[in-house]
Write a protein that binds this ligand. Structure first.
Ligand code: SF4
Ligand code: SF4
Length: 349
């Protein structure tokens, strides 16, 4: 299925315009096929409208496999899945947290404090980080008492010109560039490649205020629009990968950056009236509610850590779950979607 078909493009646009887009972030760095497949399986059954996965052909295939399995299982459970979720592949600029991989060096004192801090179990007792599982969140570094930088990061470099067309061919329908770096010139070069890799599809730029001033943020959006025109989505990243805890403070910055972009870009310049804004970076079950209470307009919500956490009891072997256990997991995931989008999507459960 190609995103370039008009119907899918229109559907994507409609979802954004109606603020009905919910994207599960599997992780730009998560390159472990089975994990991605399982997440896509449960969240497709729950009515999730999109998935964000690493720019890797095998991972796109794994996401499709999970989606396909969900459609088959839905018949058995007598659930309705209205349409196939959209698959976005994520790439990132060197320096962006979403695309870095941790490794532990010889300065390590072997205290093992980093092991339980890792949300993806990427640190085994051997302390050799499992690269496919590392999502670059930095939790291990925060837990590490070493004063000699025992944890370092490598950029998960992708040859965009090579990998992106292959991902699109494999079924990716949208591309996201994590551009949480100040370097405008090189960011726009990569953005151009992203744009050319999927000329008829939506492309998303993910930006935050840790690396860009408010003025730089606005400049970046204008420059991105010049290249993407009406295919542009802005993913407003509160504090990248800070989610997990389910309270208002955790999601405050995510709502705040969306508010800033709404007021300083959408309201000020009519050419941005329809610019879709996705809220991310510290998102949880309260994000939609906080945004609505604050009068912040948004077109969709993307959640990573918290969304993965709420179904973690079920993702070890979801294909072996009894129907009642599976329905429990679907209800949990669906509640997260509904609370955020204020939908009453029952999925027939
Ligand atoms: S804690 Fe985060 S950065 Fe560290 S190994 Fe685990 S996923 Fe990678
Ligand atoms: S927390 Fe730091 S010092 Fe302790 S085991 Fe992990 S890397 Fe080594």
């Amino acid at each position: 299925m190609s995103f370039n078909s008009g119907k899918r493009f229109d559907l994507y646009k409609d979802l954004l315009e109606s603020s009905g887009y919910f994207k599960l972030v599997c992780g730009a760095g998560l390159e472990e096929r089975k994990n991605v497949e399982k997440l896509c399986y449960i969240y497709t059954l729950a009515g999730c409208t999109g998935f964000d996965v690493a720019a890797n052909v095998d991972i796109v295939s794994a996401a499709k496999k999970g989606i396909d399995a969900a459609f088959i299982k839905a018949k058995d459970l007598k659930l309705t899945i209205p349409f196939r979720p959209f698959i976005t592949v994520s790439v990132g600029m060197p320096g962006d947290h979403h695309v870095r991989k941790a490794s532990i060096n010889s300065n390590c004192i072997g205290c093992n404090l980093c092991i339980p801090s890792c949300p993806t179990n990427a640190i085994p007792e051997s302390l050799n980080v499992i690269s496919e599982l590392c999502i670059g969140c930095g939790n291990c570094e925060s837990a590490c008492p070493s004063t000699a930088n025992a944890i370092e990061y490598n950029h998960n470099a992708k040859q965009l010109l090579d990998v992106l067309p292959k991902c699109v061919e494999a079924g990716a329908e949208s591309i996201e560039l994590h551009a949480g770096v100040p370097d405008q010139e090189s960011t726009l070069k990569e953005w151009e490649i992203v744009s050319n890799s999927i000329p008829n599809g939506m492309i998303s730029m993910c930006i935050d205020r840790k690396h860009l001033s408010n003025n730089d943020l606005v400049d970046r959006i204008y420059a991105a629009k010049d290249i993407a025109d009406d295919r542009l989505i802005i993913q407003a990243d509160g504090i990248p990968m800070s989610g997990g805890a389910d309270n208002f403070n955790t999601t405050l910055q995510a709502v705040s950056i969306a508010d800033y972009i709404y007021k300083e870009v959408k309201l000020r310049d009519s050419k941005f009236t329809k610019l879709p804004i996705l809220i991310s970076g510290g998102t949880n079950s309260l994000t939609g509610s906080l945004a609505r209470q604050c009068g912040v307009k948004f077109n969709g919500i993307t959640i990573g850590t918290h969304a993965r956490n709420v179904i973690s009891n079920y993702t070890k072997s979801p294909y072996s779950l009894s129907n009642s256990q599976l329905l429990e997991s679907i209800t949990t995931a669906r509640n997260l979607i509904n609370r955020n989008l204020q939908k009453n999507y029952s999925n027939n459960i």
